[in-house]
Design a binder for this molecule. Structure first.
Ligand SMILES: [Zn+2]
Length: 257
């Protein structure tokens, strides 16, 4: 998780949409020229990577907005820094408490440390997370936030016109978005994670990361029904939706379809 460059990690999935695979979490650049949207923002330590990836994706200046799938520290990093420069940060209304820190929903450090003591994968992830600013505050001020109704089909007035797909479970207001043929899934369904031995296949994050595991399994089922061509997950590489649907039916994921 140490060497990283834009050449290997900026993946154009559609015209005006690039999935960026960060060292330990992903973000998405939507738009062209100086009209663009950042979906999620990596860890606090990923700020320079976020801006370098945006340049590599062909956009200029600051984004018009940051749109969060959810307010975990590994997705809010650059958002918090861009908010300090006046860029508004959007999230679902039910995620506001997590974004402001009023009602936080995130794995407790002691849980992560206990897991790390028992698993080398978790140990390496905790080491990276701490180095990447995972213990920094990810709180945003209410004035920096814009919220939207997590109503299926709600089209947001942002570059790329993201369509809201509620996917509560990972956090109370976790939301996925469809942008053209791409499903920006956040952490509802991922294709890898530093704590997972499975890479490049659709999977759910460990239960320790889930606010409501059962709700996450239901959200994953709903995402399988979305008429999109490719999944841009919050962790791991892009994956064709046909493979996502197929793999969520296989034994390594506890989703009963
Ligand atoms: Zn998360």
């Amino acid at each position: 998780m140490t060497s990283w460059d834009t050449h290997d990690n900026v993946h154009v999935l559609d015209s005006g949409l690039a999935l960026v695979t960060g060292p330990a979490s992903n973000w998405v650049v939507v738009g062209t020229g100086d009209s663009w949207l950042l979906v999620d923002g990596g860890y606090p330590g990923d700020m320079d990577r976020v801006m370098a990836s945006a340049r590599a994706a062909g956009v200029r200046g600051l984004p018009e907005a940051v749109l969060l799938t959810h307010a975990h520290v590994d997705h809010v990093g650059a958002a918090r820094r861009l908010a300090a420069d006046g860029v508004p940060v959007w999230c679902a209304a039910a995620e506001l408490g997590n974004a402001t820190g009023e009602t936080p929903s995130q794995i407790a450090p002691e849980t992560a440390y206990a897991k790390a003591a028992a698993s080398p994968l978790w140990g390496a992830w905790v080491h990276h997370a701490v180095a990447a600013g995972g213990l920094e505050s990810q709180r945003l001020r209410p004035a920096q936030l814009r919220s939207f109704a997590a109503r299926a089909g709600n089209v947001l007035d942002l570059p790329g016109h993201p369509v809201v797909i509620p996917s509560t479970g990972h956090t109370p207001g976790h939301t996925s978005f469809q942008v053209g043929p791409v499903l920006v899934g956040g952490d509802a369904v991922v294709t890898a994670h530093p704590t997972s031995p499975v890479e490049g296949r659709a999977q759910l994050l460990d239960a320790a990361f889930q606010d409501d595991y059962e709700a996450t399994t239901q959200a994953a089922q709903r995402l399988c029904e979305v008429q999109a061509e490719v999944l841009a997950p919050g962790h791991g590489p892009a994956l064709e939706m046909s493979a996502v649907r197929e793999e969520l039916r296989s034994a390594h994921v506890p989703v009963d379809l």
